[in-house]
Design a protein. Structure first.
Length: 148
């Protein structure tokens, strides 16, 4: 026969176990750091390559992610899409067209693209050389759910 004491102990143990799993599932908060370009692997893919620097929570963001894409001429990393997180793209090299507010715009080195939450956007390399761009994604507690 199960007593109230047994049930109470079982509930406490279950809550403690759930708490441990919840804490273990959280990545540690990223503090100040330096990432050397040469120490981050450049991984080839079907349209160029990508260097993934980090994807971690910070003291003020649920997630901060940075990667650098090299996109071959005539290529797109993917079809136009939308996602709930906001995104900054900084063009380092090459000429790209970006879909922003329903229209394609051509930009080059030094240009900055902001993709708003759940807004349709896309990118394609329209130049004759590889395009290199830095992508910064961030999520906060205010980041909405994905649109259906």
């Amino acid at each position: 026969m199960i007593t109230r004491r047994d049930l109470f102990v079982a509930l406490i143990a279950a809550a403690a176990t759930a708490g441990v799993f919840a804490l273990a599932d959280k990545a540690p908060v990223m503090g100040s750091a330096v990432f050397d370009w040469n120490s981050v692997a450049d991984k080839p893919n079907s349209v160029g390559s990508v260097r993934s620097f980090f994807q971690r929570p910070t003291a003020t963001l649920d997630q901060l992610e940075l990667h650098v894409t090299t996109l071959n001429p005539g290529q797109s990393p993917h079809a136009p899409h939308r996602h709930p997180n906001e995104e900054l793209i900084i063009i380092q090299k090459g000429t790209v067209e970006t879909l922003s507010n329903g229209e394609w715009k051509r930009v080059g080195p030094g240009s900055v693209i902001f993709n708003g939450s759940n807004q349709l956007h896309g990118l394609r390399n329209v130049g004759t050389e590889p395009a290199v761009y830095h992508v910064i994604n961030f999520k906060t507690a205010a980041t909405p759910a994905p649109l259906p």
